[in-house]
Write a protein that binds this ligand. Sequence first.
Ligand SMILES: Cc1ncc(COP(=O)(O)O)c(C=O)c1O
Length: 292
Amino acid sequence: MVDSLFFCVSALTGPEDGVLIQPPVYGPFYYAVRQQGRRLVENPLKRDGDGWHIDFDDLEQKLGQGVRMMILCSPHNPVGRVWTREELQHVVDLTRRHGVILVSDEIHADFALDGRRQTRVLSLDGAEHCIMLTSATKSFNLAGLRHSTVIAPDGDAREKLARALKQAHAEPNLFGSIAQTAAYNHGDEWMDAVVEYVQENRDYAVSTLGGRVPEIGCRPQEGTYLMWLDFSGLGMSHEAVKDLLVNRARVAMNDGLFFGEQGRGWFRMNLATRRANVEATVENIYQAIRSK
Ligand SMILES: Cc1ncc(COP(=O)(O)O)c(C=O)c1O
């Protein structure tokens, strides 16, 4: 899907255009903008006791500053928000008003937890300027087959994307296409079981990490199988936390700085694994911190 994101930026924006993202956010959002010579505009997410939110005042102001495209992460990796219908409608309205193309990365949509349903951006009113990106790569672990889906209701955008793909000789992978079709047609039951398992892993991690190592900030994510952990309460530098995790706890997590400077002091834990791995991870972190 990252390839599709790169194509959206290169085909639908020009060198002088701004492209807006909402950090902390998945690293390749930065690369898709910077590596293709576009201007990065940041609308950082806000955090309060209630969790993570979009700063709509800042968003409105930034959208008026030569921004041509906004890349939304929905559900959001790494903060784990499943944006509500109202929040998404607000984003759609603001981008439309400012003539900004909204690219919505919905790759984690199957992992809307606790019975939530991810509102698809294209189901909202006035979403003709939006483009939805999705793929079965996360839900069905098919990333190796390199296949994703771009849905663009706007004919002009569709044409530009098709031309860019043709010029790059970017043909879809046949095996990926077949696998995605099979997954979507026959994977419901399996997917429901995976979501339930991930939820139980999440609840286990929140109660045990929260209970045993209260210095680590962890909240139950609303979506994705990824848990965004705040280690700043340990009073250690980012590098020292990383050293503790890797060399003492023997745990490999995603480095928060991959998601931008806002990720300093944070690390991301993957919960799409066997319960025994989550148990060992919590135990190892607990032992490493208590013996430091
Ligand atoms: C928000 C988001 N978009 C895209 C991707 C990458 O997808 P793919 O492996 O299909 O390129 C990821 C993977 O972590 C992701 O979290």
